[in-house]
Design a protein. Structure first.
Length: 289
């Protein structure tokens, strides 16, 4: 199994009454796939899984499994191993053990024990987990049967070579995805791709095809957009922008998150439009309203 291209870690949209807007989630999933996304991620950090009830988490997976099957794309599921084991799910997104800082040998042993019937995409995000991993340890993790990839979100750009066939390195730092693709990453799991899916897909294709000038131009503009979208805690600005475009009914998030400020949302909208990265969905959203 190899995972290539741009994966969108879906937000969880909320209706005005606070319920999960499952119909909107389904429409949003189809939109990003229409725009070229290679696959979907459900119940990643961007989806606020910790604020969802068990029943809501299950409903989100039901919707995304249905869309992934209909469109013939991979689906990665976080939050709960039992949900990732459902038919129609491609792999589980599994976080490096946070907070306890078990050491690199402990991380490798953890995933050796965890790997089984469900393929794993390891989520390496040391500024959240407190656990750093060397390139040597990443190679050891990549060699574990059943580990099919890693979401690499370290805040740095590093060449990680000598990875086994079938293991996919997916960038997870949105502003750094262009240089990661340039040095060999297979793709990315990018919250920013909600609002500029086509542009992220075009940039990845440009690096793949050796169109360096096009890739650099898009990469620089997308990095600026990503920084604007992460000006406040994820996914608050993204939700504000999607709501302003008419693609979701509210910009609501659940505690401990608070909605993004109007200033941050306006800055992201203005930056994306000025850089010619967003706009067609904004027009469609206006028509739906």
């Amino acid at each position: 199994m190899e995972l290539h291209g741009i994966f969108v870690p879906l937000i969880t949209p909320f209706a005005p009454d606070g319920a999960v807007a499952l119909d909107v989630l389904e429409r949003l999933a189809h939109q990003v796939l229409d725009d070229g996304a290679a696959g979907l991620v459900a119940l990643g950090t961007t989806g606020e899984p910790g604020s969802l009830s068990a029943a809501e988490q299950e409903a989100v997976v039901d919707v995304t499994v249905r869309v992934a099957r209909e469109r013939g794309v991979p689906l990665i599921v976080g939050a709960r191993p039992d949900l990732a084991a459902r038919p129609g799910v491609t792999a589980a997104l599994s976080l490096v053990p946070p907070f306890v800082r078990p050491g690199e040998a402990g991380v490798v042993a953890h995933f050796e024990a965890l790997a089984g019937d469900v393929p794993l995409v390891i989520y390496h995000v040391p500024y959240r987990t407190g656990q750093e991993l060397s390139i040597t340890s990443i190679r050891r993790l990549a060699a574990i049967p059943g580990v099919v990839g890693m979401k690499y979100t370290t805040g740095t750009v590093e060449v990680i070579d000598e990875l086994p066939p079938g293991f996919s390195l997916l960038g997870g730092d949105d502003p750094l995805i262009s240089p990661m693709l340039a040095i060999g990453a297979h793709g990315g799991i990018l919250a920013s791709a909600h609002v500029a899916t086509r542009s992220f897909v075009e940039m990845a294709a440009a690096w793949r095809d050796g169109d360096v000038q096009r890739a650099r131009s898009l990469g620089g503009r997308l990095a600026e957009l990503s920084r604007a979208l992460f000006a406040e805690p994820n996914p608050t600005v993204i939700k504000g922008m999607l709501c302003a475009q008419g693609r979701i009914p509210t910009a609501s998030v659940r505690l401990p998150l608070l909605p993004a400020t109007r200033e941050s949302v306006d800055a992201a909208l203005a930056g994306g439009e000025a850089a010619d990265l967003v706009g067609h969905h904004a027009q469609e959203g206006g028509q739906r309203r």
